[in-house]
Design a protein around this ligand. Structure first.
Ligand code: DAT
Ligand code: MG
Length: 140
């Protein structure tokens, strides 16, 4: 079934000039770029986006990091693209992420409190529609 997913190139990815590389891998895989916007977001948007993680030990540093610079928000589309992008991204911990994945090829541990792992991708159809409504209300 054709579905949509919300992808973010996180501040570390934008800062390192890896936005094009991430988009290249998404397009190479055959997914479409439906919407794309670079923006710097504050706590309000991030609190909504990361609601499931509120109260966890990494939550505060995560919100701090995600608001530290611009992100590039992207809506992608294609058959099973939610699962497909998660496979492209690799495991959450960039040190453990397999080579061949975005995080495995381009990410590493920088010794900071939060894992700076370059990208976000929705993890289910429910998360995807919830997150697309936050970042691109006109597409919801
Ligand atoms: P993912 O981004 O792979 O979906 P997640 O939703 O579990 O992972 O967590 C959201 C982000 O929070 C993740 O990209 C990096 C950070 N994070 C998750 N678990 C962490 C941990 N144990 N220590 C530090 N940061 C963590
Ligand atoms: Mg997640």
């Amino acid at each position: 079934m054709t579905e949509r997913s919300l992808v973010l190139v996180k501040p570390d990815g934008v800062r390192r000039g890896l936005t094009g590389e991430v988009l290249h891998r998404i397009e190479g895989k055959g997914y479409e770029l439906v919407a794309l916007d670079r923006r710097t977001v504050g706590r309000d948007i991030l609190a909504e986006h990361y609601a499931e993680h509120e109260g966890k030990p990494f939550y505060e540093p995560l919100v701090e990091f995600m608001s530290s610079g611009p992100v590039v928000a992207v809506v992608i589309e294609g058959e099973r693209c939610i699962e497909g992008f998660r496979a492209l991204a690799g495991a959450t911990d960039p040190t453990a992420a397999l080579p061949g994945t975005i995080r495995g090829d381009l990410g590493r541990d920088w010794g900071l409190k939060v894992q700076q792992n370059l990208v976000h991708g929705s993890d289910s159809p429910e998360s995807a529609s919830r997150e697309i409504a936050i970042w691109f209300p006109h597409l919801a």
